[in-house]
Design a binder for this molecule. Structure first.
Ligand SMILES: Cc1ncc(COP(=O)(O)O)c(C=O)c1O
Length: 386
């Protein structure tokens, strides 16, 4: 069997850079103690890594205060904390058809519990939302707008700065799900008018699973929804208001933080733009080849600009799941099929009722040879029925 061709980098990037594995192992052996609780050397050094990782990520998003960069398990965890910590009874919230279930579901639960009314903005035939639609949908009780920066299904990158400007004009809180873009696409919270950015560590930031978080700008009234140990001011009966404690409780995933530190350092060394350019060149080759194969249908893959290297397709005459199985079993190519935790994207591209699409997503360790093999495999599969 040939080596695995991994084209499921939107699910999680794999493999990670060697420095990430090495640093995690070394760090946990030498500094695997509880940070922020004790005064011995190893605890202080661990706290230093935690703080420097907060700073590295705050800088990445152009946030001034590293303490406002809080850690959680992943993007879903932080999106729950942010959405539930901001929503109040009677609110109206605007989001999009591009969202992942980690946004759709917390919002849906607010709706069915009678807390908030939710409006979903559709995207156009190329996969982009129109900022004017947000303006049209805003009401006097609109509390927040939640937008997925880059779709995990079709890879399109949304016009955050324009949406941010509208939110600022209307005094509405702007929350961005940067799960697929942090570490790949430049995000400047100040220039783009973003109030909260949520990230996950295991995708383009090249860290491990089990670590994610958010950066919350000053004056964003997010309440804590969890209570517990913070390691400081233990006599206080309530949870602490100040950041980072407001959105963190209990012992941090320090080996995850260390891995994220090494991952972000690696991305910074390589240069985000360089990585993106290389991956987009491979994506373009794949997309252009698929456009030439009879019976292969791609979705929204019309641009090379404002696009991440994610390609969704179907092969006429086959269920997406069957194509994924053939790619896996016959060609050793890892993809993801189905609705990709983003059912409304599939409503938008018309693939909801046919059980979704096959998704190939390119990462930093893919090569031209991987793409050539993927093209040859899909060509063979398409030739069976066409
Ligand atoms: C756009 C988007 N948002 C949120 C998430 C959730 O990330 P996590 O599973 O790390 O919580 C994902 C994961 O695929 C995603 O693609």
């Amino acid at each position: 069997m040939s080596d695995l061709i991994y084209l499921d980098n939107s699910a999680t990037t794999f493999p990670k850079p060697e420095v990430v594995y090495d640093f995690m192992s070394d760090f946990y052996r030498k500094h695997g103690v509880n940070p922020g609780r004790s005064g011995f050397d190893a605890a202080i050094e661990t706290e230093e890594i935690v703080h420097s990782t907060r700073k590295m990520l705050a800088d990445l998003f152009n946030g001034d205060d590293p303490n406002r960069l809080t850690f959680s398990y992943n993007a879903s965890d932080s999106l729950n904390m942010i959405i539930q910590g901001l929503a109040e009874r009677g609110d109206h919230i605007i989001t999009t058809f591009l969202e992942h279930n980690s946004v759709l579901r917390p919002l849906h639960h607010l709706q069915i519990n009678g807390v908030a009314e939710i409006t979903h903005i559709p995207f156009d035939e190329n996969g982009y939302v129109n900022p004017d639609d947000f303006k049209k949908e805003m009401k006097s009780n609109t509390k927040m707008v939640v937008v997925n920066h880059s779709s995990n299904v079709i890879g399109t990158i949304q016009p955050l700065a324009e949406i941010g400007r509208i939110c600022k004009e209307k005094g509405v809180i702007f929350v961005v799900d940067a799960s697929q873009s942090a570490g790949a696409i430049h995000i400047d919270m100040k220039a783009m008018g973003i109030d909260v950015v949520v990230f996950t560590g295991h995708k383009c930031l090249m860290g491990p699973t089990g670590i994610g978080g958010s950066y919350v700008m000053e004056n964003v009234p997010v309440k804590y929804t969890r209570f517990g140990g913070t390691g400081v001011r233990s006599a206080v009966k309530t949870h602490l208001e100040e950041f980072p404690y407001r959105l963190e409780c209990g012992t941090l995933n320090i080996v995850g933080v260390a891995g994220l530190n090494a991952g972000v350092s690696w991305v910074n060394e390589q240069g985000m733009e360089n990585l993106h350019k290389k991956e987009m060149a491979l994506w373009t080759k794949l997309r252009d080849a698929f456009h030439q194969i009879e019976g292969v249908i791609t979705y929204c893959a019309n641009n090379n600009k404002d696009q991440n290297p994610v390609l969704c397709f179907n092969v006429k005459g086959f269920e997406a799941g069957d194509v994924g199985t053939m790619l896996d079993v016959d060609y050793n190519i890892a993809t993801r099929t189905g609705l990709h935790c983003a059912p409304k994207v599939h409503e938008g591209i018309g693939t909801f009722d046919i059980h979704g699409t096959v998704r190939m997503s390119v990462g930093p360790f893919n090569t031209e040879d991987h793409i050539n093999q993927a093209i040859a495999a899909v060509k063979e599969i398409a030739s069976i029925r066409n």
